[in-house]
Design a protein around this ligand. Structure first.
Ligand SMILES: [Zn+2]
Length: 55
């Protein structure tokens, strides 16, 4: 069984791969980034923080 993030907390977020290492092993730090449509994420693979689009 594949472990997936809770869709209720992420709002159906799919595209939050790490832009640095392309890893999908990321976690959401905050649902609100510098812009309304972005959220802050952290890559567990390389430890980088990045912003991902919610939509
Ligand atoms: Zn990464």
């Amino acid at each position: 069984m594949v472990q997936r993030p809770d869709p209720a907390s992420g709002g159906g977020v799919e595209d939050r791969k790490c832009p640095f290492c392309r890893s999908e092993d990321t976690e959401v730090i905050s649902l609100f980034g510098s812009q309304v449509m972005t959220m802050q994420c952290k890559c567990r693979a390389c430890g980088s923080f990045f912003e991902a689009s919610k939509y």
